[in-house]
Design a binder for this molecule. Structure first.
Ligand code: PAF
Length: 258
């Protein structure tokens, strides 16, 4: 049995996770839970998009056998006090500006794996740090599940699919393209022989800053396993971005290959 953990408001990215899960397992369970523990105090928990009716229909149309939608009071009952913290991997990148985020993610994913007991669980690669945090947790805690990564699913113009894209107005939607365009520029630089991390980062930052309404949270080059920073692009290097477009924080990444 396969588990696809989600926070709902399904887009094609979620649906492709469901279909891949269906091709690998006899039954697919999708969890739909907007996990309060992974949102900071000033984040978008209360505004996070929700559409249960539509999600239920899409899940059914995509071969899902069970949609598991627990209540927050059952997941975090009174006196709840057990948290999972994946230490090093949770600290940089998104962890730097969202200090308790990965504690919330690791804890909910561990709980879902224990409750559902799937053979495999599928996660999108857009949240690359999340994927590595979950992989580490599963190894460190000997959780018997196979973690599968699914490539980023993009809109026809390249924007990485995200439930948060619905927050963008027309102008911001244009500026949101700066992320994927900057990643493509970096890929080209590396394909043409550039190996210098600072040079690639500078080009990426400049491109993003040339769009209105953008504010960079981070542009980071690192080893894809350890997430330790790299100054040189050797072998496979992760280029990860987080950018505020208006009031919406978007992330995207690519694996640069020498
Ligand atoms: O990627 C997400 O949607 C969430 O972080 C997850 C993995 C469902 C945990 O709440």
């Amino acid at each position: 049995m396969a588990l696809v953990p989600t926070m709902g408001f399904f887009h094609e990215g979620h649906l492709s996770l469901m279909r891949v899960a269906g091709s690998k397992a006899d039954r697919v369970v999708v969890s739909l839970f907007v996990n309060p523990a992974q949102f900071g105090p000033n984040e978008d928990l209360n505004h996070y998009p929700r559409n249960f009716e539509q999600d239920a229909k899409l899940a059914e149309d995509n071969g899902v056998s069970c949609l598991f939608c627990p209540d927050a009071k059952d997941i975090y009952p009174p006196r709840f006090q057990t948290w999972i913290r994946v230490e090093g991997l949770s600290q940089g990148l998104c962890g730097a500006s969202r200090p308790e985020h990965f504690r919330g993610v690791a804890t909910i994913v561990a709980k879902l794996l224990i409750i559902v007991q799937p053979d495999l669980a599928i996660f999108g690669q857009k949240d690359f740090q999340q994927l590595q945090v979950i992989r580490r947790m599963v190894r460190d805690l000997n959780i018997p599940v196979n973690i599968i990564a699914h490539p980023i699913v993009r809109e026809p113009d390249g924007l990485a699919m995200s439930s948060r894209n619905t927050y963008l107005n027309a102008q911001e939607r244009e500026s949101a393209l700066s992320l994927v365009q900057a990643l493509r520029l970096a890929e080209k630089m590396v394909a043409h022989g550039s190996r210098s991390g600072p040079e690639v980062i500078q080009t990426v930052r400049k491109h993003i800053q040339s769009f209105g309404n953008t504010k960079i949270d981070y542009v980071f080059l690192c080893d894809p396993e350890s997430l330790k920073p790299c100054r040189e692009i050797v072998g496979e290097t992760l280029l990860a971005l987080a950018v505020w477009v208006g009031k919406t924080r978007l992330i995207d990444n690519t694996l640069l290959k020498q």
